[in-house]
Design a protein around this ligand. Structure first.
Ligand SMILES: [Zn+2]
Length: 179
């Protein structure tokens, strides 16, 4: 990693001046294709280096780790100009495609390790959090949120229809790890 004297913007977030060139191991196939150059700002460099295996919220330039049990509340109360990252296995740099985006008054900004970036209307997000919680309480398994109801579970018909309506959405896939 070398220091860089330049006014070019970070090739990951596009928001802050690039301060260093990161070298990526061969594990990160596809990096060059997406982000030629690898000139990054200090914030992105730190996130890429040390935060891929954590859930976190990035507010301004400051990341804060979120415990799994904090995630639902965090997505429902996300402040504008922030980004929430929800890891899955913690191996991939799913954050790379997200760091240029942030929440607004109307839209939450979520990033899943596997799902990538999702803007979601806060009213819809709130509804989906309710649905996810109800489904897990009723069916007693999280996998229903992404796989749908099993034959025996369709006794809860209204609930299963709602699950079926949303289970392929990246937001529900992210929430299934947070609920
Ligand atoms: Zn950056």
């Amino acid at each position: 990693m070398s220091k860089l004297e330049s006014t070019r913007l970070c090739s990951v977030c596009g928001r802050r001046p690039a301060t260093q060139k990161m070298s990526f191991s061969d594990n990160f196939a596809g990096y060059d294709k997406l982000y030629g150059g690898g000139y990054v700002c200090g914030v992105c460099a730190e996130l890429i280096r040390s935060w891929r295996n954590k859930h976190f919220i990035l507010v301004g330039d400051a990341p804060r780790e979120l415990k799994r049990e904090e995630l639902l509340k965090a997505v429902l109360t996300q402040p504008p100009d922030s980004l929430i990252y929800v890891k899955s296995m913690g191996r991939r740099l799913g954050m790379l495609s997200c760091l240029r985006f942030s929440a607004t008054e109307k839209f939450a900004a979520l990033c899943g390790e596997d799902e990538g970036f999702v803007y979601v209307d806060r009213a819809i997000l709130s509804k989906l959090v309710d649905l996810a919680q109800t489904a897990v309480e009723t069916l007693r398994r999280k996998t229903a949120l992404v796989e749908g109801c099993r034959a025996g579970e369709w006794a809860h018909r209204e609930l299963c229809e709602e699950v079926e309506r949303w289970r392929r959405s990246p937001v529900m896939s992210i929430l299934a790890r947070a609920v």
